[in-house]
Write a protein that binds this ligand. Sequence first.
Ligand code: NDP
Ligand code: PYR
Ligand code: MG
Length: 414
Amino acid sequence: MTDFRQKALDYHEFPVPGKTAVALTKAAETSMDLALAYSPGVAEPVREIAANPADAYRYTNKGNTVAVISNGTAILGLGNLGPLASKPVMEGKALLFKRFANIDATDIQVKHRTNEDFINTVEAIADTFGGINLEDIKAPECFEIERELISRCAIPVFHDDQHGTAIVTAAGMINALEIQGKNIADAVFVCLGAGAAATACMSLLVKCGAQRENIYMLDRKGVIHSDRTDLNEYKALFATPTEKRTLRDAMEGADVFLGLSGANLLGAEELALMADNPVIFACSNPDPEINPAIAHATRSDLIMGTGRSDYPNQVNNVLCFPFIFRGALDVRAREINDEMKLAAVYALAELAKESVPASVLAAYPNITELTFGKNYVLPKPMDPRLLARVAKAVAIAAIESGVAEINTVPEYQE
Ligand SMILES: NC(=O)C1=CN([C@@H]2O[C@H](COP(=O)(O)OP(=O)(O)OC[C@H]3O[C@@H](n4cnc5c(N)ncnc54)[C@H](OP(=O)(O)O)[C@@H]3O)[C@@H](O)[C@H]2O)C=CC1
Ligand SMILES: CC(=O)C(=O)O
Ligand SMILES: [Mg+2]
């Protein structure tokens, strides 16, 4: 067993199994405390909430909670390993919600037979929480699940692998293309993967200026082209009239490679075919589509990002989901709409251009400098300014787009 593998297992096992626990926010030491917390005192907020459901935000933890819900059908890039095996990832997302945005998240794994079973289960428990973060649910089922839950629930429902990934990818891509001297409207994109993350990333990049005719998306069968008769409605949106059929065909002259598929699927020979000064975001977790060491050995003019913490340019939805939910919860947004997503994109992209406080460098002992450039196109997850910048931009966008119940912009400390 490698050192790192054992360290990771020990981290999860000791001193207590798992990564999260419940903490009390009220005193529970005296008989009076118990009388207030439980019977008879608890009856008072029960009566208030029964008379006015919005009082749940006043008297319970609802307003600061998010349920992280998965069925384990697309656990990172490891595939469909079932609900229980997804629990470490969902606990991990809960850890990140707490660490970065002080949101109390509960992980929930759902075993189900049909999509409708899953949707009904989540709908039935939704009122418990302030928001729902769907995670690691594979395409195409994830699209119907999210659409239905958004329409049935009164709280924000957000499929992180789609939109969290798309927001971070778009922010990093805008900056990387700028550094490489390329215009997003002219850039040719190859997207390996045509699932939840890939379709959402490319859709948001189109909203940021990418041209559909410049996008080659690939699934396991190759390029998604107009003559294919096996495409679902989501893949069909990216069908291109082209003679290109393989990854090799698509990579010839491309400006961008975006990997949202699986480990080691991009070869050095294909990377060598790209246009000058390309951008490579190989975002599959835990192992990217191409190892950065191979990519850098193949050509020196690229910008390379991965989904991992241990290489420069971490393109990972951790930069988004804690902060977009913080902003949404703070103004009690009914949904997370495109205006809020785009506000998060531009807040992230702008923050990467500012000089980095010493506390960020201190959190990364192997890094001596973080300056906007090829090895720093996105802020680091440990950057304490993320909360104030992204959550505030999201809260303002929610208010201005009319989906907030609270119309005062919260105060955020940097
Ligand atoms: N860095 C980040 O923040 C994030 C990274 N990801 C990564 O993206 C990947 C996909 O996740 P997600 O979209 O949720 O999963 P989905 O199951 O929804 O989609 C997976 C997609 O990858 C394609 N694929 C798998 N193997 C190959 C292959 N050998 N060649 C071409 N295409 C292939 C599948 O093709 P087909 O349609 O033919 O089955 C499918 O379109 C994972 O590796 C995940 O770790 C996801 C979210 C966030
Ligand atoms: C980061 C993440 O959500 C994923 O790889 O699925
Ligand atoms: Mg995920």
